[in-house]
Design a protein around this ligand. Sequence first.
Ligand code: NDP
Length: 479
Amino acid sequence: MVLNFPASGRWISGSGQVLKTVNPATGDINAEIGTPSPEEIADACIFAHQSAASDSWRKLKPHERATYLYRISAAITEDAEDLAQAQMLENGKALKECRQQAASAAATFRYYAAACETLESIVPPNRGNYLTVTTYEPYGVVAAITPWNSPLTMEAQKVAPALAAGNAVVLKPSEVTTLPSLTLARICEKAGLPAGLLTVLPGYGRDIGPTLLARPEIRMVSFTGGTETGRAIAGVAAKRLIPAALELGGKSPHIILDDADIPAACDGVIDGIFEGMGQSCVAGSRLFVPRAKHDQIVAILVEKAEAIRLGQPTGPDTDIGPLSSHHHRDKVEEYVEAARKEGGIVATGGSRPVGAQFDSGAFYRPTIITGLTNSARVCQEEIFGPVLCVLPFDDEDDLVATANDTAFGLACGIWTSDYRRAWRIARSIDAGTVWINTYKQLSIAAPFGGFKESGIGREKGLQGMRLYQQAKSIYFATA
Ligand code: NDP
């Protein structure tokens, strides 16, 4: 059975090529999903535009619009297991992590419902005989383009604030993970969200992307994914003069200083790179350690990496599942080979796990590489897999210069018992997020995004709602 998708106010089968999604843990086909033709994309965008412009959405008072978001949040909680299973089947993440992400999606809708009710217009100081009120208006229809690594959280992070801001959303999920977005659309429908406010267009980015972004109804694009795709989308947005919010890749430095609690730091490093098989934009993939403590720290990390339990995502004891696709595993393997050729020493991992339960899945062992310098290809390019490179440093100046010697600037972790040092280094690192004595702690209330080639714009927090609005200043004469 070919699954339908929501477009133009109904669920359609689409006249594009049928898409098959594959379970990376077993190699089995999960689902066959219809995709739209260019004409169906055009119709869906026109319908979304009409839905966004209709009085029943555009003229809603903020607390009325918030009611929809609260209902969606409750419906997500009710159907959280469907969402978690949908993601697990398609990207192979451990079920327990998928369940946490479904809960996080519900929390995101709740946060933006509250933001919608409480965000204020501004009355700037008057500089003459007038009163100015600055209001924030929606763009109309925004395109949300999402990747495969964490669709549950990333789609909520775009759809919730864009709706709260008064827009309609056209969502293009990764072709690897379409089921979570279809499940979210069903949940929104069940929660009573009017037709046309959330459209899902399944299919390949290279087919759907250009047609979608060329549509005049699309007035803003919010993208999360690889830096090269982000650059291409920014080019299209520049030509069309529409804003583009880009959350891109990373090569984040994770730093252990000589005064750190080393066992705690090593736990943080292991989670920071291997949780989700390293398929996270904020993965701490370059570890900087004091030269004198290099061997001691590597020995602890190797022991911890070897204790990680790989397995089927449904397994109650599974810490990490497979990579998100067999194709992606090939890419990770190529990177590890490239590291070996550049003189890297594989301290652990560097191969597929052995055992019948791993035969058909895209599994790969957590890998730690030493003996390289920061200029090596694996230290400069985003691998997006379970590969940690350990780099020794000599002093703080050397550390900061080398940690910043990357095109990216997404995140950083610092482990130390000296908060003055932590503050000094945190301020010097080019990154949108810095964690001190913790890692990957994320709050929907705090802005998130990248420096340098890690992106433009900030999602989450109140700024994450303003991203989907444009300011309008209205002047009233007072004399
Ligand atoms: P992409 O950046 O290619 O894909 C992200 C999204 O963009 C997908 O929905 C994709 O669709 C879509 N897309 C692709 N081409 C276009 C286009 N021309 N116009 C509009 N949309 C498009 O990521 P990949 O899946 O190819 O992964 C490549 C690398 O990107 C990874 O190895 C990793 O390094 C990085 N990455 C970073 C992420 C992050 O969170 N920052 C997330 C995912 C990847 P489709 O999937 O159908 O091609």
